[in-house]
Design a protein. Structure first.
Length: 603
């Protein structure tokens, strides 16, 4: 292994020794109880079987695995609308291998693209905990010997895993739906957004551009959090190989889902290839997730999600681990917003099989993880194909487009483009893979806000026409649920285009679409509860330095120490936000995953 990847892995293993042992003991106890169905009373089983007629006799015979399907289907989200017919097809495919399948439950799936910049976004991060809890409820009936997890987007995959890992004695497979075909190119869409921000495009033109970009069923095609989720499931070995970015409605997509059901039926404890989820998601798989994130320039949201997923499996990873890995892992992919291509272009250029082959070749990924497909991660370096109506996998060749994918030996950048910043303001993270090198250091006066909409109004009023570090605080998990502030990207981008030095500092999130403006995000400790970001005043000189790794208010040390914190805004209500007060009150810091649920569980 690469020495730094190996050292970080050893660091995580040692740090997690006690908690991981406790987790493995938990799932071993659960496993020792054996298949639950034979232990259930007849009335209990009758309730479980009452909703099915075709499979009732097979379930009574208990001759094969009963698969619980946990689905994030709804038809408002393009990415999840594809799941409409999946359960009925999966039941047919389960019967082909002597198994049965039932929809165990549904989980909510909200869309950050719909709520972005509005009150509903304040429920977004905590929807992840809600999804985890819903997954646990779905699997709590004890009538399943395995599970298929149907989810794709931002909080859905992390939430599914966080809940499912507490049932880690069961084998499970993540089943994606694939990205929509390419519509209006992302750069063209971004250009219309920036024109709208300065009044050069009207609402009709903007809406038309957005609909051309987001035009059909499937995941959004930019490389945001949803598609980063799919990348991670591949490098962790939790998909069928190459399943991440195959378009919906294709024969290949269908056959990959069929193969996932067949494979799941073979990896239960009754067979000779038992692969429980809790053993598949180990320290090496978590490191693979971080390496994949860095090598492909993925979403900053995973600086929250990977630690939270890891904690659910008794593993502790921190931002220093990401920072160290970033300096060792090369950037080998450029996908919008870090390049011009979308994920369909990425897939056509070689996609995940190419990425995995290159990273394995440079010993940057742990190949010896137990994958759901059988064997190790090397199987994921092959591309799925349909030949003579049969699913197979073929070797991946050279990059089909070196403006999108490059060999690990000749990368776009020698490092992964994530940095940890630390200073008298606190700790934060910054994604610089899409930021021009000359913008990695910004030193400018602060303009302080407690609401992102106030930033937009100040921009419209011409109050930000200068070098400026925009500070948006009281956006952390305990304050208002840590919403994404992606609505700030167009105005900040416009200011940067006009030649000003611009940066954002916030205890909130940005987005999987974080791009060309330097953003110090997830600032911790957050403003609510005493974080030093609460000391910043308008006009303070702020230095955001991604080269040195510092985030500093250039204020006299004695004055800084003596400064009072800004008053806390009153908690918002409406749009159901008040119902999530428990999650906000219990949420721990961003570096631990910002989860109220995990904190309450003592994990």
């Amino acid at each position: 292994m690469n020495p730094e990847v190996s050292a970080v892995t050893d660091r995580i293993i040692e740090r997690s020794r006690v908690s991981r042992a406790a987790y493995l003991a938990l799932i071993e106890r659960e496993r020792d109880q054996g298949a639950r169905r034979p232990q259930l009373g007849c009335a209990n089983l009758a309730h479980a079987y009452a909703g099915t007629e075709e499979d009732r006799e097979a379930m009574k015979a208990d001759g094969g695995m009963n698969i619980g399907i946990v689905t994030a289907y709804n038809d408002m989200l393009s990415a999840h609308a594809v799941y409409y017919r999946y359960p009925e097809l999966m039941k047919v495919w389960a019967r082909e291998v002597g198994a049965t399948a039932q929809v165990a439950g549904g989980v909510p799936a909200m869309c950050d693209g719909v709520t972005q910049g509005y009150a509903g976004m304040e429920l977004s991060l905590f929807s992840r905990d809600t999804i985890a809890l819903s997954t646990a409820i779905a699997l709590s009936h004890g009538t399943f010997e395995g599970a298929a997890l149907l989810g794709i987007c931002d909080k859905i995959v992390p939430g599914l895993l966080m809940g499912a890992l507490r049932f880690g004695h069961l084998p499970m497979v993540l089943i994606p739906g694939g990205p929509m075909p390419t519509g209006l190119p992302n750069k063209a869409k971004a250009a219309v957004r920036e024109r709208f921000a300065v009044g050069e495009a009207d609402r009709e033109e903007l809406l038309d551009a957005e609909i051309q970009a987001y035009h059909s069923k499937g995941t959004c095609t930019f490389y945001g959090t949803a598609n980063t989720n799919q990348m991670m499931m591949e490098v962790m070995g939790l998909h069928m190989p190459g399943a991440a970015f195959v378009n919906p409605g294709t024969k290949l997509r269908q056959e990959l889902t069929r193969a996932a059901v067949h494979r799941l039926a073979k990896i239960g404890w009754r067979g000779d290839d038992y692969r429980p989820l809790g053993h598949c998601v180990d320290e090496k798989a978590i490191v693979n997730a971080a390496v994949g994130l860095l090598a492909t320039g993925g979403s900053t949201n995973h600086l929250l999600h990977v630690p939270a997923i890891a904690r659910a499996a008794g593993i502790v990873i921190d931002w220093e681990d990401f920072d160290r890995l970033s300096r060792a892992v090369p950037l080998i992919a450029r996908v919008y917003p870090n390049g011009s291509a979308d994920v369909n272009g990425f897939e056509a250029a070689g996609g995940m099989p190419y990425v995995i082959r290159e990273l394995l070749g440079e010993q940057l990924l742990h190949g010896d993880i137990p994958t759901v497909a059988g064997g190790d991660l090397s199987a994921y370096a092959f591309k799925p194909t349909i030949e003579h109506d049969s699913l197979g996998w073929s070797p991946v060749g050279d990059s089909g487009d070196e403006t999108i994918l490059r060999p690990a030996a000749a990368p776009f950048s020698p490092d992964g483009g994530m940095r940890i910043l630390a200073g008298n303001i606190g700790r934060a993270c910054i994604k610089v893979s899409a930021v021009e090198r000359e913008r990695w250091v910004v030193e400018a006066p602060a303009r302080v806000f407690a609401d992102q909409l106030d930033v937009i109004e100040a921009f419209k009023a011409g109050e930000l026409e200068r070098d400026v570090v925009v500070v948006v605080r009281f956006q952390g998990p305990r304050a208002n649920g840590m919403p994404e502030l992606h609505k700030l990207t167009p105005p900040l981008g416009v200011l940067q285009n006009r030649g000003f030095k611009v940066a954002l500092v916030t205890d909130g999130r940005m987005s999987g679409a974080s791009g060309k403006v330097p953003c110090a995000i997830h600032c911790s400790p957050e403003a609510l509860g005493g974080g030093a970001i609460g000391k910043i005043r308008d006009g303070d000189l702020i230095r955001v330095d991604a080269v040195a790794g510092t985030l500093t208010a250039l204020v006299d040390e004695a004055e800084w120490a003596a400064r009072p914190l800004a008053p806390t805004p009153a908690p918002a209500s409406g749009m159901g936000r008040e119902l999530f007060g428990m999650f906000r009150g219990l949420a721990d810091e961003a570096e631990k995953g910002a989860s109220g649920m995990l904190a309450a569980a003592g994990l």
